[in-house]
Design a protein around this ligand. Structure first.
Ligand SMILES: [Zn+2]
Length: 340
């Protein structure tokens, strides 16, 4: 997801005490069970001009094309969730890394190699580097195959992502990008593909090439048939196409999902219902925690709290989602974190 969907979100409400509810106890990382965030973006700064944001909008507002329409449809008047604030200029990476230390988070950080290196330098033991063939906002712009090969064989990159073909209106099974997935299969590198969420409620205005239909998880079937060893992270869990997502998970046992973006971008009851459905269908071992961290440093703590507070998950299932499943998917360490 890209945060330019939310310019000015949150607007001009007085700051409310809700925000202080995000202040956690003074635990150090040693006290806190480990968390893996499989979906972070290697940004230098909070987006210029971005504002405070209230996660989990309760509704997407209708608009009239005869009026000047905002590029997002979130209900900025809602006051049900705390405001999350962008970082001060020059402090975004430092602020997020401090949160990662406090919350004991290791993160897969996606971006162009130079941008990811800044994060790796800032938190060498907490950053797993990821890069893709279509980083950047220019549709059709591709990284050379040899360059990408070098990223994964020499430069230490571990995950191929975020692959945002849906923003270009292209299916992940499109032959024009098959060479990149063939490379990932050859090198045994997992791929992370944006599937599902459009986020803003105004995709037709803000993202003219985006196609909801290109986020259908079943579009991955041809790709997986061509590359049977490919390990796939379906970013945003194919939301809201739950039936097709379950169909894919049932057919392909090395497909995992992340709940990034989805977890804070939609009405909370709906988010919980979606995650519960994935777990109830038998896939508690394939749901991975993620934030889509891209602007507001406290987003990580807020998103973790949604899993921690989910009354439909057992303590063991929470540990699986917050850590164990990603550790298995990424082949980090055979020792799983202790289930309470
Ligand atoms: Zn995404």
């Amino acid at each position: 997801m890209r945060s330019r969907f939310f310019p000015g979100l949150g607007l001009r409400f007085a700051s409310i005490a809700f925000y202080s509810t995000l202040a956690f106890s003074q635990n150090t990382a040693n006290d806190v069970p480990p968390v893996i965030d499989v979906h972070v973006h290697a940004m230098d700064e909070s987006f210029p001009g971005g504002g405070p944001m209230r996660p989990n909008t309760p509704r997407f507002l209708a608009s009239d094309p005869a009026t000047k329409e905002a590029p997002f449809g979130w209900d900025a008047q809602d006051q049900c969730t705390p405001k999350l604030y962008p970082a001060a200029k020059g402090e975004y990476i430092k602020d997020v890394v401090a949160e990662m230390e406090r919350l004991n988070v290791t993160a897969v950080v996606f971006g162009d190699p130079a941008g990811v290196k800044k994060w790796k330098d800032a938190a060498p033991n907490r950053v797993i580097p990821g890069t893709s063939f279509n980083e950047g906002m220019t549709p059709g712009k591709r990284v050379a195959l040899d360059e990408l090969r070098k990223n994964f064989t020499q430069d230490g990159f571990k995950v191929m992502g975020e692959i945002g073909l849906q923003y270009e209106g292209i299916s992940p099974s499109d032959p024009s990008v098959d060479q990149f997935f063939a490379l990932a299969e050859e090198l045994d590198v997992p791929v992370a593909i944006h599937m599902g969420t459009g986020g803003s409620g105004r995709a037709n205005i803000a993202m003219r090439k985006f196609r909801g239909s290109m986020g259908d998880p079943l579009l991955l079937e041809d790709l997986l048939a061509r590359h049977p060893k490919l390990r796939v992270q379906v970013m945003h869990a194919g939301y809201p196409l739950i039936d097709n997502m379950l169909t894919l998970l049932q057919a392909n046992s090395h497909v995992y999902v992340d709940v990034a973006g989805l977890i804070w971008s939609y009405p909370l009851k709906e988010v919980n219902r979606y995650i519960e459905r994935l777990v109830d269908a038998g896939f508690e071992d394939r749901v991975m925690f993620g934030t889509d961290q891209l602007e507001w440093p406290k987003l990580m703590a807020y998103s973790i709290s949604i899993i921690q507070n989910a009354d439909y998950l057992t303590p063991g299932q929470k540990r699986d989602i917050l850590y164990n499943n990603a550790a298995r998917f990424l082949r980090l360490n055979p020792a799983e974190s202790k289930k309470p």
